[in-house]
Structure formats: C-alpha cells, structure tokens
Write a new protein. Structure first.
Length: 380
C-alpha cells in the first residue's frame, strides 16, 4: 500500500483518474465481500471480460488505487472491487455508473465501527447522489433501507441467519416484524419483491438456475446468487455466470485444505458474530475436531466481547482446542457454553496434530488466519 499512499498524497484525485473509462463493479457489506467478489470476477472472466480485482482484500482507497495502478490492471476493461462498508460512500463518487452489490450489515470490530444503522444511512445518502445499478439482499432490513434510495435496484432473497442487528427499523426505530420469508415495519419499510433463492435454485423472472459454487455453506450459495444477478447486469449470460461458480474453491486461503503432519486441516475465517454463526451452522452435526482461535489486534478489533454473541453451544460434544492470543477469553466463553476444550498457547496449526485425527476444522479470526497462511507459505 505504500506506493498507493504516496500516489494519493501527491494526487488526491488519483482514484478518479484511474477509474475513468473503466466499467466498475463494487461488492460491499460486513460478511462475504471477498467470496462474492471472487465469484463475480470468475463469472465475468468466463464471459470473456478482462478483469482486475482485489480478491485478496485491500479494500480501502489506497488498496483500490494500488490495484488500478498495477501492471496487471493496466489494460483491463472491468474492475470488480471489494470495498469496505464504511469506505463505500466516500469511494462511490469516483466511479461512473457502477454496479453495486450490497450483502449485509452487522456489528464488526466494535472499537472501530459505529452503529450499523449509521452505516445504512450513509449508504442511502451515497446511492441517492449518483447513477448506480444496485443488487441487494432483500432479507436484511438495513441493506434494503440503504439501497432503496437508488433509482435502479434488483433485490435478491438470499436469507439472513443473523438478525440481532436488524431487530429495529433503520427508518423509524420501531421493532421489525417477521414471519418465515417476510419482514415489515409499521412505518412502511418492508421486504421488497425479489428474485428468490430456494436451496440452491435461484428464480429470476421466469427462469430458474442451479447454483453450485465451489466453496461450502448455504451462505455462499446466497453470495453466489447475488454474484450471478450482478454479472447479468454487466452483460454476462446467466448460464455462463452459473457455470463459472464451481471454479472458485478457495478465496485468499479461505476454505483451503492443508496437510499438517498426518492430518488434513480445513482453514475457515470468521471475523464477527454473524460470520462465526454462519460457519458454526455450516459444520453443525459433524464430528471433526475443532481448533478455534482468536486474536484481538487492531485488524481484528480490540474488543473481544463479541464472543458472547456467538452460539458456541453448537459445538457441544466435539473435541475442541482454544488457541490464539485471547485463548483464555475464548475458553471462558466455551465453558459457559458447556464445551470442553484444551487451551493451547503455541502456533495454531501445531495444535492440529494434538487431535491425532485424519480431518480437523480450523476456525479463526483475521490476524490468526493471516499468520497461518504466511506460515504455510514459508513451509512451501
């Protein structure tokens, strides 16, 4: 990022110049940005577009400038950009009629983020200020509130497991009412008509299509649905977009399976209560041993109190090791969830071999994950 920061210091409008004349697609939200960006990039590449994308992250202004000024992006016609949800309003004015994919909003990094309704309100202001084509999650009231100011919005019903942050209406503050597939508020804000996802089948108009991404979890089928609809807005045939989903099997190391001694370890990344909830739901009912690990550095958020909002009760009966710099905090939370665990103070991947099992899942937060991936790179 250093080169990009120097560039911005010398030319504050550099992003405007780098984005000029290029088609832009943006993916934002609290969870799923990297995976959805990778799925959308794969769909556009399969359709013959030359694509530049920051699927590795680096989703603030300096990261976008670094990507668009790089040699690999120089001759590309389309940029598919993951953008931090707080940064989205300030970056949108640099793009000419972008396609904007809005996934979800929930609490993240409690020491850095404000109230999520404030983020939704900023989205709403920014999307009203310029021409955009929006593809948005119909099941998140915060997203619908933010997206509804845009003149061109397509909603996709992909579901919303984590509802604690959208219990009250972002428009008036009253309680959101819900039934199985609907939500509404007395003020008039309600779930809009949407392209509906049922299992792995997406209905768009009179057409249905099967979604089979190469990454696991129902939530990733939801990410794939949003990516496919966004791809069609960019001119990609839906059949081509669907066919490209299976090629995405790992995203910057997420979902990757690595060998540690005699054990196959699957690396899973979660950064906040909503993300942990999705991963724990994905592995519920399995009997693989688990390494759970958290740090509380700046990139993770220094406040680990979010642990108490995660349903660790889902892993009762599993063999568990608690690791990371805040292993003790994690072990206390697991004790109250009636989950027995061993506390490990060594390298996270070294803990895998303590199970003497053929397969282990490793669920960790951001800086733990980054260190694990770096250590694998050194070993290779």
């Amino acid at each position: 990022m250093i080169g990009a920061k120097v560039t911005l210091a010398l030319a504050p409008k550099a992003l405007d110049e780098l984005a000029a004349g290029r088609r832009i697609a943006v993916v934002s939200g609290t969870n799923g940005k990297s995976t959805t960006t990778a799925l959308l990039s794969a769909a556009c590449t399969a359709a013959g577009f030359s694509v530049a994308s920051n699927v590795e992250g680096a989703n603030l202004r300096s990261g976008i400038v670094a990507l668009l000024s790089s040699r690999r992006a120089r001759d590309t016609e389309l940029a598919v950009l993951e953008i931090d949800e707080l940064a989205l309003p300030s970056l949108l004015p640099s793009f000419d009629h972008p396609v904007v994919v809005l996934l979800n909003l929930s609490r993240d990094q409690l020491d850095r983020f404000g109230e999520v309704r404030t983020v939704a309100a900023e989205w709403r202001r920014a999307l009203a200020a310029q021409p955009v084509t929006v593809v948005a999650n119909a099941d998140d009231p915060l997203v619908v509130y933010g997206a509804s100011s845009a003149s061109d919005v397509t909603y996709v019903g992909v579901g919303l497991r984590w509802r604690q942050d959208s219990a009250s209406c972002p428009n008036c503050g009253r309680q959101i009412q819900r039934d199985e597939r609907d939500w509404w508020c007395e003020c008039g804000l309600r779930r809009p008509p949407a392209c509906e996802l049922d299992g792995d089948t997406l209905a768009v108009g009179g057409q249905t299509m099967q979604l089979r991404p190469g990454v696991p979890g129902q939530y990733n089928i939801g990410n794939a649905a949003l990516a496919v609809v966004a791809a069609t807005k960019l001119g990609v045939p839906s059949a081509v977009a669907c066919g490209a989903l299976g090629a995405v099997t790992s995203v910057a190391g997420r979902y990757r399976t690595v060998t540690v001694g005699p054990t196959s370890a699957r690396l899973l990344l979660a950064k906040n209560p909503a993300g942990w909830g999705e991963l724990l739901a994905m592995i519920e009912g399995q009997d693989r041993p688990l390494v759970l690990a958290i740090n509380a550095r700046i990139a993770d958020g220094k406040d680990p109190s979010w642990l108490w909002d995660v349903e660790f009760e889902r892993v009762r009966g599993r063999r568990v090791i608690a690791a990371g710099e805040r292993a003790a905090d994690l072990a206390v939370r697991l004790r109250y969830a009636d989950v027995e665990c061993e506390v490990w103070d060594g390298a996270v991947l070294d803990a895998v071999e303590r199970f003497d099992a053929p397969d282990v899942d490793v669920l960790v937060n951001y800086t733990v994950f980054a260190e694990a991936v770096r250590s694998l790179g050194r070993d290779e």
